[in-house]
Design a protein around this ligand. Structure first.
Ligand code: ATP
Length: 260
């Protein structure tokens, strides 16, 4: 019998007043995969992550995590189930130091796990991001952009998520830092963390992802394996550099290359 996907987004519609930001979007993420979401500005990528993590309510459809419907649960309960959301624009607490930011990431499990486990986990984050270790007492607001992004991801990891939602983690970062971050994402996947990644840098995302999904005006325009998407002409023109204006791409039809 086929195992259920870890995450199932089924016909989800999300509205802001009269604006329909997501229109019957369906998507699955299997345990152990990296799936990337690609799309122009305003396509609905952030809205999809916010809907999954319970920050905005779905107006229709259902989101299931490990078989359990979560679309009506409050955000803090969704975190406790094992979904960690690292939002766009590295939202760290600027007036707290690095260590305090990490501790806040463990907030939902601190009482259950106890201080020794939380210390071990922050040690693991420092191993993953050595640049943060030497700055553990530095105020987060004074870190560089790349360091803040690492801290935001590290804080997300402190919740010990089974699924991480990463919203444009490479935004505004220098190419070398982007490479480093994506290397870390690949490592996280190898150690069993499943990732749904929103990324404007489609080339970098498709290099690290197993599968991808292209959103256009709140709808799924195309989906497939990373190599299928990388080879798609319309997607190459729109997102992989040839024109790079990222507006209403002609993807050669709305249908999927593969299901899922
Ligand atoms: P970007 O790549 O620019 O971050 P995105 O693909 O993440 O874009 P969303 O931020 O999900 O897109 O926005 C989808 C649509 O919903 C856009 O038309 C946007 O203007 C609208 N929208 C997003 N947030 C709100 C809000 N809080 N109130 C009203 N409209 C919103």
């Amino acid at each position: 019998m086929r195992r259920r996907p870890m995450l199932e987004v089924c016909d989800v519609t999300t509205c802001y007043g009269r604006i329909r930001a997501l229109d019957q979007v369906s998507l699955t993420v299997e345990a152990g995969e990296i799936v990337c979401l690609i799309g122009a500005n305003g396509a609905g990528k952030t809205t999809l992550l916010n809907t999954i993590s319970g920050l905005v309510p779905a107006a229709g459809g259902v989101v299931r995590f490990e078989g359990r419907p979560i679309s009506r649960l409050p955000a803090e309960q969704i975190v406790r189930l094992g979904i960690s959301h690292v939002p766009e624009r590295r939202q760290v607490f600027g007036s707290l130091d690095v260590r305090e930011n990490l501790l806040l990431g463990a907030y939902s499990r601190a009482r259950r796990a106890g201080p020794a486990a939380i210390r071990r986990d922050s040690e693991q984050v420092f191993e993953l991001f050595p640049a943060l270790r030497s700055r553990s007492r530095q105020l987060a607001g004074t870190l560089s952009g790349g360091e803040q992004q690492m801290l935001a991801v590290g804080r997300g990891l402190m919740a010990r998520p089974r699924l991480m939602l990463l919203d444009e983690p490479a935004l505004g970062l220098a190419p070398l830092i982007v490479q480093e971050l994506f290397r870390i994402f690949a490592g996280l996947r190898r150690s069993g963390t499943t990732i749904l990644l929103v990324e404007q840098n489609a080339r970098a995302a498709l290099r690290v992802a197993d599968r991808g999904c292209v959103l256009e005006n709140g709808r799924v325009a195309l989906r497939g394996t990373a190599s299928e998407l990388a080879a798609n002409d319309g997607l190459q023109r729109a997102y992989l550099g040839q024109t790079n204006h990222r507006r209403r791409p002609d993807l050669g039809g709305p249908d999927s290359l593969t299901s899922g």
